[in-house]
Ligand binder design. Structure first.
Ligand code: CMC
Length: 426
């Protein structure tokens, strides 16, 4: 890092203070304001953190103007084409792609942790049968701290590793159980002869009474979806995990916090919202009406799956997902799929509309993922859950990076107070 550049800030009182400018390996420089309060007796004000870097990180790089996403230096398109979800997970966690031996060891270790403590199944029975699976996921992952005491010491690297592996391995099991519970079917135990995505499909779709054939095209599509959602630097849920973890909270609590943040429709909940929106649009003739609604300042409606805080260009993940959608729909002989046709027409019309062009609003990762998941057979209520399964490795990697950083501090933003001044209680 080069610390020689300086930014000068003229304060209203005439004082000029100097702040170091730091360069990363890629991306714009940042102004280091850690001494600002000390020097100027002022804070910065940046709700939504649109101009604020919250940490240093080696994991993921995004160039939003160019539409580039790199994990540890590798392009997301290449990882989606040539890697597997668990190999990409290793890359995110350890910084490099694994050797053949390391990969085998990692995959084996994850596979050996797929089962849940049997008592956790009792926990499920406490939920209402119509509970949203994200609510169940949040609760069960948080409760893991009550079951796996031997991996909650965040200062012990071995315990952190076991907790990380447990979370990655058990998320599909927890997610599938949430679904099975909601439809009144028996839980299906993990099958360690299957790979990560095959096992997930098996736990969601098979029933003990019948033979279930795993469709390799669906398993491959799911694996790619997991890769595409695995990490995205300091998004809302990852920042939530980091903030929760900064206080020293155990990893299960931190990941539960991340799940809660992901659930919102402005974040991971958008994949569910896209399908609801397409169903509401119903026919190509109605698209214009919805585009007009999205442009209307007096209407809170937004095109779901469109726009991004960082991408001001096509989200590279959406491009890959569009291709996967075609493959999966072809497999299901559904290429004239109504939702897919609607989505492509909506994308075409929005991308040619001045409002969307001016504001640089493009399809994001959530725009096509729901169409693929629906074609595979996943219910809409599991879409955000699948996002959470994938993002767990990203959360874990950031949490580990933060804990391993000797300089990390508890996250504690300040505020601009606009309430009543001090007053007397009579
Ligand atoms: N439809 C219509 N207008 C939009 C949209 C949209 N989807 N997204 C942004 N805008 C407009 C917005 O009204 C604002 O206009 P103006 O400058 O006139 O006030 C401008 O574009 C900038 O929007 P913003 O809300 O200030 O931008 P942001 O960076 O705070 O929000 C976003 C990013 C993703 C929350 C937003 O684009 C959005 O709500 N999109 C729809 C929900 C969605 O698809 N979320 C998934 C995000 S990607 C995956 C993930 O993070 O999980």
């Amino acid at each position: 890092m080069n610390n020689k550049k300086i930014a000068k800030l003229n304060l209203p009182n005439g004082k000029v203070i100097e702040l170091p400018v730091i360069s990363g390996s890629l991306g714009p420089d940042v102004i280091d304001i850690t001494s600002l309060y000390r020097q100027a007796d002022m804070f910065t004000f940046d709700p939504g953190f649109t101009s604020t870097g919250s940490c240093k990180s080696d994991i993921t790089f995004i160039d939003g103007d160019q539409g580039i996403l790199l994990h540890r230096g590798y392009k997301i398109e290449d990882l989606a084409e040539k890697s597997s979800f668990l190999e990409t997970s290793y890359l995110l966690m350890y910084g490099d792609l694994p050797s053949k031996e390391k990969k085998l060891e990692f995959v084996n270790s994850i596979t050996m942790h797929t089962m849940l403590n049997e008592q956790i199944s009792n926990f499920y029975r406490g939920f209402k049968d119509n509970a949203h699976p994200m609510a169940i996921l949040c609760g069960v992952v948080g409760a893991m701290a009550a079951f796996y005491h031997d991996s909650t010491d965040i200062n012990n690297a071995d315990e952190r590793k076991i907790a990380s592996y447990r979370l990655i391995a058990k998320m599909p099991t927890i997610a599938a159980m949430a679904y099975k519970f909601s439809i009144g079917q028996p839980f299906v135990y993990p099958n360690n002869s299957l790979n990560y995505s095959e096992n997930f499909l098996n736990m969601v779709f098979s029933v003990p009474a019948e033979k279930y054939e795993i469709n390799p095209i669906f398993a491959d599509a799911l694996d790619k979806i997991l890769i595409l959602h695995a990490d995205h630097e300091q998004n809302a849920s990852t920042s939530t995990v980091r903030l929760a973890g900064s206080s020293g909270a155990n990893p299960f609590a931190c990941i539960a916090a991340g799940i809660a943040s992901l659930w919102g429709p402005a974040h991971g909940g958008a994949n569910e919202a896209v399908i609801k929106m397409l169903n509401e649009i119903e026919s190509i003739d109605n698209i214009k009406k919805f585009i007009d609604k999205a442009k209307d300042k007096n209407d809170s409606f937004r095109l779901m799956g469109f726009g991004h805080r960082v991408y001001k260009n096509y989200d590279p993940r959406a491009r890959v997902l569009q291709k996967i959608a075609e493959k999966v729909l072809k497999e299901k002989h559904l290429l004239d799929n109504k939702l897919f046709d609607l989505a492509k027409e909506l994308e075409y019309l929005a991308l040619n509309d001045d409002y969307f062009k001016e504001k640089k609003l493009y399809p994001n990762v959530d725009f096509y993922s729901g169409i693929i998941l629906k074609a595979i057979g996943f219910p809409v209520s599991l879409f955000t859950v699948i996002f959470a399964v994938a993002r767990t490795v990203g959360w874990i990697s950031h949490w580990n990076e933060m804990i391993s950083d000797q300089n990390s501090k508890i996250g504690r933003p300040r505020q601009l107070y606009t309430g009543k001044p001090q007053r007397e209680l009579s």
